[in-house]
Design a binder for this molecule. Structure first.
Ligand code: COA
Length: 146
C-alpha cells in the first residue's frame, strides 16, 4: 500500500486554514525544483532550499547595500513542510534590520503544489545576515538610505 501523503499536502486531510501568497509584494525568486534536486526520501534536498534562500535574501540586501554583499550568518532556518518535485516555489525576502555594515533579511518560502491545483503551503522561514563589502572584500559602512 502506498504511504499516505502528509496532511499538509492533501487538502482532504489538512486542518490548516488555506493560505495565499503575500499580496503586497513580489517574490525575489520563483523556481520549480527538478528530480535532480531530491534527497534520499524523494523530497527536495534541504541544501537546495538553503541555497535558493541565500540567493533570494541577497537580492534586497544587495539593493540596500547598493553594492556587493556576502552572507555572514544564517540566524535561523526552519523547514516547516517538505518541497516536492514540480512545486512552484516562491521566495519572498525583505530587510528587517540594518547595522553599520550589516543587513538582516527575512525570507519566507511558499510552495504551490502542482498536484492539487492552487494549494499553497508555507514551507520555510529563515533569517540571514549579509555584510556590505568593498573591493578588498572587507566590510564597508552602508550608505545612508534615501
Ligand atoms: C563577512 C565578513 C566580510 C565580515 O568580516 P569581519 O571582519 O568579521 O567583520 P565584522 O566583525 O566587522 O562584522 C561585520 C558585520 O557583521 C556582523 N556580524 C558578524 N558576525 C555575525 C553573526 N554571527 N551574526 C550576525 N551578524 C554578524 C557584525 O555585527 C557587523 O555588523 P555591523 O557593522 O552592522 O555592526 C567576513 O567574515 C567574511 O568574508 N566572511 C566570509 C563570507 C562568505 O564567504 N560568505 C559565503 C558566501 S557569500
Amino acid at each position: 500500500m502506498n504511504s499516505p501523503l502528509p496532511n499538509s499536502s492533501n487538502p482532504a486531510l489538512s486542518t490548516a486554514a488555506p493560505i495565499t501568497l503575500p499580496l503586497d509584494r513580489q517574490p525575489t525568486i520563483r523556481i520549480i525544483p527538478m528530480p535532480a534536486d531530491t534527497n534520499a526520501n524523494g523530497t527536495i534536498f534541504g541544501g537546495w532550499v538553503m541555497a535558493q534562500v541565500d540567493l533570494a535574501g541577497s537580492v534586497p540586501a544587495h539593493q540596500r547595500a547598493m553594492g556587493s554583499v556576502v552572507t555572514v550568518a544564517v540566524n535561523s532556518f526552519l523547514f516547516k513542510e517538505p518541497v516536492f518535485v514540480g512545486d512552484l516555489v516562491s521566495f519572498y525576502a525583505k530587510v528587517i534590520k540594518t547595522g553599520r555594515t550589516s543587513i538582516t533579511v527575512e525570507v519566507e518560502v511558499y510552495a504551490q503544489r502542482h498536484r492539487f491545483g492552487s494549494e499553497i503551503v508555507k514551507v520555510t522561514e529563515a533569517v540571514l545576515t549579509y555584510v556590505a563589502i568593498d573591493e578588498n572584500h572587507k566590510p564597508r559602512a552602508l550608505f545612508p538610505e534615501y
